[in-house]
Design a protein around this ligand. Sequence first.
Ligand SMILES: Nc1nc2c(ncn2[C@@H]2O[C@H](COP(=O)(O)OP(=O)(O)O)[C@@H](O)[C@H]2O)c(=O)[nH]1
Ligand SMILES: [Mg+2]
Length: 252
Amino acid sequence: MVIKMKECEIYSNLKVPCGSKIVIRADGRNFSKLSNDLKLERPYDTNFANLMVGICNDFFIEFSPEFIFTFSDEINILLSDIPFNGRVEKLDSVFASFISGSFTKNLFKNFKDNSLYETLKPISFDSRIIPLSDRGVFEYFKTQQNEAWRNCLNGYSYWKLRKEFNKSHTMEILNKKNSSALHEILFKRGVNISELPPWQRRGIGIYKKEVSVNGYNPMKNKKVISKRLKIHIDWNLPLFSKEFFNKNSLNI
Ligand SMILES: Nc1nc2c(ncn2[C@@H]2O[C@H](COP(=O)(O)OP(=O)(O)O)[C@@H](O)[C@H]2O)c(=O)[nH]1
Ligand SMILES: [Mg+2]
């Protein structure tokens, strides 16, 4: 019997549900090690955050998503116009590789010290697809923003304590501490968590925003102001609310 090879590609017709919005979440692979190799500042490195924003910007230009939310080494992308006919294999593989390629491109822009690259292995991201209802989309972004906040609290607590204690003792101290105990640990060491930069506490948003552009109408010989949508990098996100998404014409 002759095997029809096309029929062996059994996953190629797997598609996201019709009419559903999807979020793609990409996460850097082994970035704990990468953060050592790149000698990133702890717990937050501004060059690294700029690099992640560079990826989001590249993604926005290429695939016109509705909204992107990034913190740490993860990128959450909301798509309502879904390319590749919604084929799961295509979406996961193209997006993860696009993001990995963009990471490398932006790495050279944001980290100028060539000696850092000598030991660096190729970078990769994983990618997963989450189909969501309209209500689910809002809940999703709220959950990820809470995750960003926890990451901030844990990161600062860990690295502050590591200045005084070794790794295992630090872990012991942090074990089962609730968030007010962590606030206390930080406050005693001069960190008021609510005064940290918003992008560290709440993550970074990328979306289109209306801007006014000054122009000139030669027919009427007059200055005119027109409105245009421009990619906006929001380093100052509020806590996500329906109002935030409505205000920015995000259909969430
Ligand atoms: N020092 C530093 N590390 C970062 C920063 N952003 C992300 N990371 C690292 O990236 C890791 C992301 O977590 P996770 O995905 O669970 O770890 P992975 O499985 O090793 O990629 C964190 O544990 C940090 O080590 C940063 O701004 N500074
Ligand atoms: Mg990771």
